[in-house]
Design a protein. Structure first.
Length: 670
């Protein structure tokens, strides 16, 4: 596609305006979740969690060589850079489609709708959130939109080389994220509708397959990297079967669910509630502007059914199928929101076409004032998400994840061992230790089987919780090194060895060892917490709020024995901050129960049941709380729900029998 000067300049404006905002709001260091792990994998050319993201690691390695800022900042810039390029690709796609609708359209009538579409998407809440942290999604969207653009060019020019280029790019897009598979039905439709007998032509299918395979060959990075024994080596791939399991996300048990025919065709089972949920999600991203996509669909349909069906298929499979799997809870919606970015991009295209269709309609009616009015009004479309989403996506002062890791490392004694669990602890510490080389004397072990720190226990992740505890107890007999456990780790409950909370980590005690109270208090004075209790309390990122709540929970646990009222205040605050995660509610309920406040304990656990309706442990705890309050009928009902969710849940049937026996006697259950 050859662009004239106004269009080239406009594309540059899109890049500049989007990148400027991203750079101003860029996170200055490592972020929560996968950020630390992905940075470390790119920096060390290692193997991140499945299915690997090889293109991200390879390009990320180049960005780590940029001679300014920390490695984390450089990787955050990568996200911003490809987010801006994605916006440019969106601009080019809308520009091309508008030109197809009316080749004689004035440049301003092509450019302004394209600007509106690209910048509205650039400043949308979810896409912007991924543009300021180290994540894989902006690179994925760029490669996906580039492949879509090339396919549209092929449909216009019918040049086989463009089709081969598309095949290569689509293969690369799949290696960037397997969500690209949801675009396959739309892509295949456009190819076959443009040239129904194309695959009967001599050699065309072979060349397409070779080009597609060349794109997929990026996946070879995974076993090649694993063979070099990198410092981060998820799944420790040793053979072909291990490689297949890795690509299939076997450790998550999701491959058959996520990529089965039933899942991909989930749009066929969409119901009214799911459709309402989808419309709500679109409204959250684009406000009322997404309604303009209706005009764009109509205008495109009147001109060409081929492109209309093509884009609608891309949207329905990439958006509708995923919406159908979201459980509807705030946590489920938040976790799944990034999977919808491909569908959101299609909506942005339709918004741009909708702006053009209205402006063109009034122009055809020779009403230049109304046509100009549509253009002027639509110019404010990107301004709305820019203003509305700025606060939530401004990470420019966000050191919470970084300081959390630094504070953990600061708390531990020299040559300590740390047992880490959870994305926040493991990923953040991976970055601090393996990239910034912080506290090399400390050895960190994770229990997810990812070999993030290369020093995992022997098959530790395959052991049951009780077996892990026994393994650690044996370890304590073999080493004199201080042993710590991250806050919220399952071993805090299952490890029989005495433990005490020191700052924000637990220390396993030996020989009646006790940490001086003065040292515990000193840790809290020395912690880098900055704006933790103020600036990010309303953050939508549950992992961010989880870190903030850990400080509240840890401090509440430390002071509860001496200052019960203050302790409860901290626990309640933690439960408000981390409202859709379990740990804060469980801790609040436990301390209510210890204080004999059974009604309050029941209410706290009910909140867990609401946010985690399929969690057997939550129903079990609810039954225990009811039983302690003497409410045996309710306890039996809760435990019967446990049996429905997990028939093999330990001791629950015995507890039901005891509750039935004690129902008339009023005896407590022990």
């Amino acid at each position: 596609m050859r662009l004239n000067n106004p269009e080239v300049k406009s594309a540059c404006v899109v890049f500049f305006l989007s990148f400027l905002v991203y750079f101003i709001t860029l996170c200055p260091t490592v972020y929560t979740g996968d950020s630390g792990e992905l940075i470390t994998a790119a920096y060390t050319l290692g193997v991140p969690h499945s299915p690997g993201y090889p293109l991200y690691c390879l390009i990320g390695k180049l960005f780590t060589l940029i001679p300014f800022g920390s490695v984390a900042v450089r990787m955050n810039v990568l996200s911003a850079f490809f987010a801006s390029l994605s916006s440019v690709m969106l601009f080019c796609i809308v520009l091309r489609l508008v030109r197809f609708l009316n080749p004689r359209t004035q440049p301003v009538m092509r450019i302004l709708p394209s600007l509106v579409a690209s910048l509205t998407y650039a400043y949308s809440a979810t896409f912007w959130s991924q543009a300021v942290i180290a994540e894989v999604y902006t690179l994925w969207i760029f490669v996906l939109l580039l492949s879509l653009f090339i396919l549209i060019l092929w449909a216009e020019k019918n040049n086989d080389r463009l089709l081969y280029l598309f095949s290569f790019l689509y293969g690369a897009a799949i290696t960037s994220h397997q969500l690209s598979l949801f675009f396959a039905p739309g892509f295949l439709f456009l190819i076959l509708s443009r040239e129904p007998k194309i695959f009967l032509r001599k050699g065309i299918l072979l060349y397409m397959a070779l080009a597609f395979s060349a794109g997929l060959c990026l996946y070879l990075y995974i076993p090649l990297s694993a063979m070099s024994n990198p410092v981060i080596n998820w799944n420790k791939i040793r053979n072909f079967n291990g490689f297949v399991d890795y690509l299939g996300r076997k450790q998550y048990g999701e491959f058959r669910q996520n990529f089965s025919l039933r899942y991909i065709t989930g749009i066929l089972s969409l119901n009214v509630n799911k459709i309402k949920q989808g419309l709500t999600l679109l409204g959250n991203e684009f406000s009322v502007t997404y309604l303009f996509c209706v005009f764009g669909i109509i205008q495109l349909f009147l001109k060409t059914r081929r492109y209309t069906v093509f884009l609608l298929l891309c949207f329905l499979f990439s958006f509708g199928s995923i919406v159908n799997t979201i459980d509807g809870s705030p946590l489920g919606i938040y976790i799944s929101r990034v999977f919808l970015l491909g569908g959101y991009a299609i909506i942005a295209i339709f918004i741009g076409l909708g702006v053009y269709s209205l402006a063109h309609f009034y122009e055809a009616k020779r009403n230049k004032m109304l046509s100009l009015g549509v253009i002027v009004m639509s110019a404010f479309f990107p301004v709305v998400p820019l203003c509305v989403n700025y606060h939530q996506n401004d990470q420019s002062k966000n050191y919470i994840a970084y300081d959390f890791g630094i504070n953990m490392l600061h708390t531990m004694e020299k040559n300590a061992l740390l047992l880490a669990q959870g994305d926040n602890a493991v990923a953040i510490l991976a970055y601090l230790k393996l990239v910034e080389n912080r506290r090399p004397d400390i050895t960190v072990y994770d229990n997810v089987g990812g070999d993030v720190f290369k020093e995992t226990f022997f098959d530790f992740s395959l052991l049951a919780p009780a077996e892990r505890a026994a393994f650690v107890e044996e370890l304590l007999k073999k080493t004199a090194r201080p042993l710590y456990i991250t806050f919220g780790h399952e071993l805090v409950k299952t490890l029989k060895q005495p433990k005490e909370l020191v700052g924000i980590v637990y220390k396993v005690l030996r020989d009646k060892e006790v940490t001086p109270q003065e040292r515990k208090e000193r840790y809290w004075r020395e912690y880098r917490i900055n704006d933790i209790f103020y600036g990010f309390l309303d953050n939508k990122d549950y992992l961010m709020r989880e870190i903030i709540s850990v400080y509240h929970m840890a401090l509440g646990t430390s002071v509860f024995a001496e200052e019960r009222a203050f302790g409860f205040e901290l626990f309640r605050k933690a439960s408000e901050i981390s409202y859709n995660t379990k740990l804060a509610q469980e801790l609040l309920a436990m301390h209510y129960s210890l204080a004999g406040m059974h009604a309050q304990a029941i209410e706290a656990i009910k909140k867990i049941v609401i946010t985690h309706p399929n969690d057997a442990q939550a129903y079990y705890n609810l039954g225990v709380a009811y039983a302690k309050a003497g409410m045996y009928k309710q306890a039996i009902a809760a435990w019967e729900d446990v049996v429905k969710l997990d028939p093999g849940f330990i001791n629950v049937k015995e507890y039901i029998m005891k509750a039935q026996t004690y129902l008339s006697e009023g005896k407590p259950i022990h």
